[in-house]
Design a protein around this ligand. Sequence first.
Ligand code: FE
Length: 345
Amino acid sequence: MTVRQPRLLPVSLLVLLPILLLFPVPQSYAADEVNVYSARKEQLIKPLLDRFTEATGIQVNLLSAEAGALLVRLRNEQRNTPADLLVTVDAGNLQRAVEAGVLQPVSSEYLQQVVPAHLRHPDGLWYGLSMRARVIFRSRERVADNAINSYADLADAQWHGRLCIRSSDNIYNQSLVAAQIAHQGVAASESWARGLVANFARSPQGGDTDQLLAVAAGECDLALANTYYYARMLADPAQHATASKLVVVWPDQDSAGAHVNISGAAITKYAPHPQAAIQLLEFMLNESSQQWYAQVNNEYPVRSDVAASEILKGLGEFKADELNLSKLGENNAAAVMLMDRVGWH
Ligand code: FE
């Protein structure tokens, strides 16, 4: 014989019930939730979403997948999508979503105020959440201070066989080339990229961290990588000594500034809960979320009034390129073709 336990109401509901009876709530309140499609690693977003739920009572459902897969999904789902907010990395990926017609513009005074103009889409189709720079790392031992100062220098023949960089499939490199195209046009960018390829120490392989490790191991003398990969090595006691064999070089400080990119977010065109999604987006850009974001992955906050992590501060101040990042997406196809023509595979 089984004895059925009486079902108990959750404590929170017991507390809320008298209040709910006193104040009739609009129907939508009960259904308040927001669905997030995210290309970020779960630990780089989930704690923030949990805090949002704590603060607002709005439930967040998270689907994590690779950036390309999420875009395919949004394209296929169209009006039937459950997704409200798309979170992804690289303005190139955000712009692909713009071109696929799966985003809607958001005009929020708050967002326009806290996100610098170059780190958001001109029409509010996406907003930067965190910033990273893609810069040069030199061997402390084998490359003298001031021997290299710019992206242009990377193409100089003195670096023949000394540069490690990942493949052209990677959107970070595509966006770097897209920025070059925005600044100097296709022809000049192509001859630059040709010089770069001529300086490769090996055919491109691995991710950004692998390029840094290759410099530390003496396989090459220069590498290009995003700042957070280096910061992560510095923060890891097991890799700190290896990271110390490298020095960051902030390129183009007398001209356009170091190439930067973002992780960012956008409201989907057919978002079932657009208001809650905007609320979440604004939450991700409030001061304490930005602080959290800056610490957890050593990315730069997009807000100028929020400090970077101690590790990033240790890398020094730099001038960032203020090219509007939508250009990276607009020039993506041209960049990919250019890289193919110069044999950057
Ligand atoms: Fe990355």
